[in-house]
Design a protein around this ligand. Structure first.
Ligand SMILES: [Zn+2]
Length: 142
């Protein structure tokens, strides 16, 4: 149970450097919560965990991790995350990068930013204006 939505807590989005930045966009939260509900729908799925691998970033931390100067992470409108499904038999499944990214693209065609990264990580942001799609996986993983 989260303190912001059913599945998300503010602390999960906090900048990891210790600066305390944890302001997160309402639109981002709603979209990600809806994604959790969606991936929890199949009857063989008992629970879904959405692991935030990078949420809010202050300028200093953003520089440290090589983020772009205009990164949406700086203003709490972006989160990199992995979606994990737990099945009735205890099995854990990381939702495939393409499947997760395609889900957001289907819900928000021609909107927002959606990036694909290795290990099931997907960047999702609620940018204003032109949308963007990108793929940062290594060629052998494509
Ligand atoms: Zn920070």
């Amino acid at each position: 149970m989260g303190d912001l939505t059913q599945n998300f807590s503010r602390s999960e989005f906090e900048c990891p450097c210790g600066c305390g930045l944890d302001t997160v966009d309402a639109e981002l939260l709603r979209a990600m919560q809806d994604a959790v509900f969606y991936f929890a729908m199949p009857t063989h799925v008992t629970r879904v965990y959405c692991w935030i691998t990078s949420g809010c970033r202050c300028k200093r931390h953003n520089r440290k991790v090589g983020g772009e100067d205009e990164s949406l992470h700086l203003i709490g409108r972006a989160a990199d995350h992995v979606m994990e499904q737990r099945l009735f038999n205890g099995q854990r499944i990381i939702v495939d990068t393409d499947v997760l990214a395609d889900y957001y693209d289907r819900i928000f065609p021609n909107r927002y930013g959606i990036g694909k990264y290795p290990d099931g990580r997907v960047h999702f942001d609620t940018r204003t204006g032109d949308h963007e799609r990108w793929d940062e996986r290594k060629p052998e993983e494509l």
